[in-house]
Design a binder for this molecule. Structure first.
Ligand code: NI
Length: 180
């Protein structure tokens, strides 16, 4: 297994529309394992393939508290949805940012499993919200798109500042000397 790099907003590759998965083989299962490992390490509760720069319609989710409920959604579709649930969301591609996003409260979804078998289920609660969030990724959409342009500007500035801080911190840790 391998840890994969998660793309961060506003990386334009996050805007790519994912293609359907058509081959259900060992390479796909290996990719799923890598995505779970990457998601648990982050840590997060959901990861779409788009976020690791692989533009196929594949999502992994685990909303349990002990990493014991791995769920894989391949080529997912929402069959029906009802109700409204607005809650605070975050995203591994927008680290440290949380805000309210309007979602459907309950959905019926269908998807393929790692063997290509079609499954259908009624989802609610955090799982329903998480699947809607991850399905947006497959369309090149991020949760910050639901916010105002002013908020998005602030988020871009904050993330940019943090990336610059990380970039300058690294050489110093590698032994660069500094004078007072
Ligand atoms: Ni996300």
């Amino acid at each position: 297994m391998a840890l994969l790099t998660i793309l961060e907003y506003p990386d334009p590759r996050l805007r790519t529309k994912a293609q359907p998965v058509s081959v259900f083989d060992a390479a796909l299962r290996s990719r799923v394992d890598d995505m779970f490992e990457t998601m648990y390490a982050a840590p997060g509760i959901g990861l779409a393939a788009t976020q690791i720069d692989w533009h196929q319609r594949l999502i992994v989710i685990d909303v349990s508290e002990n990493n014991a409920s791995r769920q894989v959604f391949i080529n997912p579709e929402i069959v029906s949805s009802e109700g409204a649930a607005t809650g605070e969301e975050g995203c591994l591609s927008v680290p440290g940012i949380y805000d309210d996003v309007p979602r459907a409260e309950r959905i019926v979804a269908r998807w393929q499993d790692v063997n290509g078998q079609w499954q259908q289920g009624a989802l609610d609660g955090m799982l329903a919200v998480c699947l809607q969030h991850e399905m947006d990724h497959l369309e090149g959409k991020l949760f910050v798109d639901y916010l105002s342009e002013l908020k998005r500007q602030r988020i871009r500035k904050k993330l940019d500042k943090e990336r610059r801080a990380r970039a300058t911190a690294r050489p110093a840790a590698g032994g660069r000397t500094s004078s007072p």
